[in-house]
Design a protein around this ligand. Sequence first.
Ligand code: ATP
Length: 215
Amino acid sequence: MKPLALFGGTFDPVHIGHLSVAWEASELLDAEVRLMPASVPPHRVPPTASAAQRVDMLRAALRGQSRLTLDTRELDRSGPSYTVDTLDEFRLECGERPLMLLLGADAFAGLRSWHRWRDLFEVAHIGVINRPGVEASLPVELERAVAARRTDDPAIIRARPAGRVIELAVTPLEVSATHIRQLLAAGRDPRYLLPAGLFDDPALLAPYRSSFENG
Ligand code: ATP
């Protein structure tokens, strides 16, 4: 069965790194990939763009193709949500369909700080996307938890609903939203680091430019 892979993030803003790795993951796994913007807990630094603005940018970025889609369920709920709860909800909807959480290597390395992190493996596979500048070695406790789950065979992912960890070797792109926000705030125009659709409407990138224009 075609796996359903969920790629969560703040997408503040969505950039070519997100899109390219999500696209390649979809090809490597023959999976449906959904980009899933997260609401951010009150104690964390809030994203520069509002939830609605981040969704508008994602919609503009995803226009013109159908391999990657958008899932706004975490924003549609009131308050922040834990990934494991969201995955539980997907599991109920999906039956036995393979479910995968896609994570950049930096996010994966920090998995132990996630709510009920060990339960994530019960509800989904994890696809780890290489990211330039991220060390390959994992904290010992995490490595111990994943060692027996590792596979490099997409057929194994397709054959069961959850429980395995696969490294996805995608084209490395050293792009981050932080860097793009800095460029925009400095009045630069990072045209080719962002999907072309984000330049169709000047309002889309205005949240990042205003600090430069106002300051
Ligand atoms: P920020 O710089 O604001 O922290 P970011 O560029 O890391 O943002 P997020 O929205 O926080 O983007 O990331 C969502 C997911 O995408 C995470 O799992 C992250 O590891 C992954 N990701 C983001 N950029 C890349 C990239 N260039 N290569 C691989 N994975 C990436």
